[in-house]
Design a protein. Structure first.
Length: 159
């Protein structure tokens, strides 16, 4: 069975988002084993201090890189990533799953991802040109992964 790991920086505080994630994890269990790894966001005292933000991203980056499963095909979610529709995403994830059986999708903090995390990933992916809170992006990502598996299985979820 395919293993999907989602590494995200920051914790979920809203119960409705947790419920949505639990629902998609349940749905995805028919296709894969899913693991959500939640890492604590680095503390930034001055949101206007670019040096402090860069240091926080580096700290988060070290922790992210340490949690990527060995042999996984990696996807960094970032604004400059590849835009694709649901069918193209299904192909991309399906091809990656066929290669290694392990996918790792990485969501950074509200400040994004360290450049070295992006460089370490095989793919850079954007789910939208719109800006979403990174907590909501976790739900959007899981729904997109679920939709991808449904498309790949030839099921009617995607219309």
């Amino acid at each position: 069975m395919i293993r999907v790991t989602v590494i995200s920086v920051g914790s979920l505080k809203e119960s409705y988002l947790s419920a949505a994630i639990a629902e998609y994890e349940k749905r995805l269990s028919a296709f894969c084993r899913i693991e959500n790894i939640e890492l604590k966001e680095a503390r930034i005292r001055d949101e206007n201090d670019k040096t402090e933000i860069a240091a926080a991203l580096e700290d988060e980056g070290t922790r992210i890189l340490g949690r990527i499963p060995e042999g996984a095909v990696t996807f960094a979610l970032c604004v400059e990533g590849q835009d694709c529709d649901s069918i193209a995403l299904s192909r991309l994830l399906g091809d990656a799953a066929d290669q290694s059986g392990k996918l790792c999708l990485i969501i950074g903090s509200s400040h994004g991802l360290a450049e070295r995390v992006k460089a370490a990933c095989r793919h850079r992916l954007s789910l939208s040109r719109l800006t979403f809170p990174h907590q909501l992006l976790r739900v959007i990502l899981l729904e997109s992964v679920y939709r991808s598996f449904m498309i790949r299985a030839g099921r009617s979820y995607h219309k």
